[in-house]
Design a protein around this ligand. Structure first.
Ligand code: NAD
Length: 249
């Protein structure tokens, strides 16, 4: 129980990775609040958290809406009195080739993958500064550091996720002497349900880009989040950690 009594807020908690991370944090003793657009999925995640005997809180909100996020995070802070761990996991890509990309596609990707991280972190950080402690863990993507070789047509997504990488490093420095760490995972392709419909050709093309020839295991990613949230990581900050089977080497 490395996270006994800790209060975690997870964005994208209804999603494939967020739900696995929520359960892993709860299994280590953390209470988990989920923020997501998907209210039904949030309830499924909350049930797994409660099954571990921990408190769960669900708030359905569009994370691209600054005011809605302030209200949703305010609800968690009112109820729980603070947040110890923030996992910014909401996001997702859209394939569009740059020469034909609309401004709307571009800005939607920046909103979903970067502005959402600003909105949530901005809402949570003052309380972490007050309590002089906190762990912020962002999920970017290997696309942020190695371009879009796994998925062509990912320039907007890669740019947004590279923004998350820059935000991570700059914020890590800004709050380093205030008891708060800020780190970032840069996953390669993960073995989530989204990959179930890969044709054999598509799967082989994907694996050919990954030196280990393995998709990421969501449970392993979740244990990396546990590690970055645990006491032994108090002096690790500003790290961008690829979980990509060597794809970005
Ligand atoms: N799965 C992968 O292979 C992979 C690889 C690299 C990076 N990532 C990143 O990991 C994170 C989680 O990915 P996943 O595979 O679990 O995706 P997912 O689609 O299963 O989950 C993403 C969740 O974010 C939520 N979300 C999206 N936009 C939102 C908004 N505006 N407001 C509120 N909620 C919103 C969705 O409702 C969904 O529940 C994403 O940031 C993704 O970019 C995933």
């Amino acid at each position: 129980m490395r996270l006994e009594g800790k209060r975690a807020l997870i964005t994208g908690a209804a999603g494939a990775l967020g739900s696995v991370i929520a359960e892993a944090l709860a299994a280590e003793g953390a209470d988990v609040a989920g923020l997501d657009l998907n209210a039904e999925g949030l309830e499924r995640t909350a049930a797994t958290v409660r099954a571990h005997g921990r408190r769960a809180y669900s708030a359905s909100a569009d994370l691209t809406d600054f005011d809605a996020v302030q209200a949703a995070v305010g609800g968690v802070l009112d109820d729980w009195g603070g947040i110890d761990i923030l996992l910014n996991g909401a996001g997702g890509g859209a394939v569009s080739f740059f020469h034909e990309m609309s401004y709307e596609t571009w800005s939607t990707q920046i909103d979903r993958n970067l502005n959402s991280v600003f909105n949530v972190t901005r809402a949570v950080l003052p309380s972490m500064l007050d309590q002089e402690s906190g762990r912020i863990i962002n999920i970017a993507s290997v696309a942020a550091i190695a371009g879009g070789r796994l998925v062509r047509g990912a320039t907007a997504y890669a740019a947004a996720k590279a923004g998350v990488v820059g935000l991570t490093k700059a914020l890590a420095i800004e709050v380093a002497d205030r008891g708060i760490t800020v780190n970032c995972l840069a996953p390669g392709a993960q073995g989530t349900g989204a990959r179930d419909n890969d044709t054999p050709e598509r799967r082989e093309a994907l694996l050919a880009q990954i030196p280990t020839r393995k998709l990421g295991e969501p449970q392993h990613l979740a244990q990396t989040v546990v590690f970055l949230a645990a006491p032994e990581s108090e002096n690790i900050t500003g790290v961008i950690l690829p979980l990509d089977g060597g794809h970005s080497i």
